[in-house]
Design a protein around this ligand. Structure first.
Ligand SMILES: [Zn+2]
Length: 238
């Protein structure tokens, strides 16, 4: 009897947990939907050239979201999730991320120019920085112009992303080469300092007093016999 009670209570707990997991996922996807709606509205305001393409996308996603209302459980979750994915995929997600990519490119450009150590690094940084600047301007123009539909918006954002990636890689490379050069310079300097220190230590060792291994008396380096007991200077100390 006790055993049955235990099994029943465990079963009940599993059902409650499962239900909680389901409702949580529907809730999660719904929250995500609300947040995505805000993001998309912001993007439409920020990039008016893409307004029509964004509107078309919103309608497509909204249709999926509405269909979810007639579903339950896993099917509902899946439909809501697909509404979210549809809304944010392709150019919409790209638009959402492109601002920070452009910001990073602008910052790297300045960083590369200011960090470049020697003449050839500065020249490389200058070329990469000019290229990055051109890319930023080109992408900003593309973003301003916008696109009439989803397909051209996807294509434009894909091209813009690829251009940013190329320019970013060029600037990163200049910075990496420059860093390598500066690291090498620092390593060379350290090696030179170490060599000098070793030479000094060797010279000091030659003029250092030696200790007699019999009476432990200290003797100047010029003596070959102990001044206290007359024992010969040990060979290793010569
Ligand atoms: Zn001695």
């Amino acid at each position: 009897m006790l055993r049955l009670k235990h099994i029943l209570s465990t079963l009940l707990m599993v059902i409650v947990l499962l239900a909680a997991a389901c409702s949580k996922s529907v809730e999660g996807e719904s929250k995500k939907w609300a947040a995505n709606q805000t993001t998309v509205t912001t993007l439409a305001a920020q990039y008016p050239g893409f307004k029509d393409a964004i509107e078309a996308r919103k309608q497509r996603a909204q249709k999926l979201f509405d269909e979810a209302a007639n579903l339950d459980g896993e099917q509902k979750i899946e439909k809501l999730s697909s509404a979210n994915t549809t809304l944010m995929q392709g150019f919409v997600g790209d638009l959402n991320r492109i601002d920070s990519k452009l910001k990073k490119l602008r910052e790297s450009r300045v960083e590369a120019a200011s960090q470049a150590g020697d003449k050839s690094s500065r020249l490389g940084a200058k070329v990469a920085a000019q290229d990055a600047q051109k890319t930023v301007e080109r992408v900003e123009k593309l973003l301003k112009t916008g696109a009439k539909d989803e397909a051209s918006a996807d294509a434009i954002l894909k091209k813009a992303n690829s251009d940013i990636k190329t320019a970013q890689a060029a600037v990163d490379k200049v910075m990496a080469v420059d860093k390598k050069k500066q690291d090498q310079k620092a390593a060379d300097k350290k090696a030179a300092t170490d060599t000098k220190a070793k030479e000094k230590a060797d010279a000091d060792a030659k003029t250092a007093p030696w200790t007699c291994e019999y009476c432990k008396g200290s003797n100047p380096h010029t003596e070959n016999k102990c001044t206290s007991c007359g024992a010969p200077r040990p060979k290793a100390a010569k």
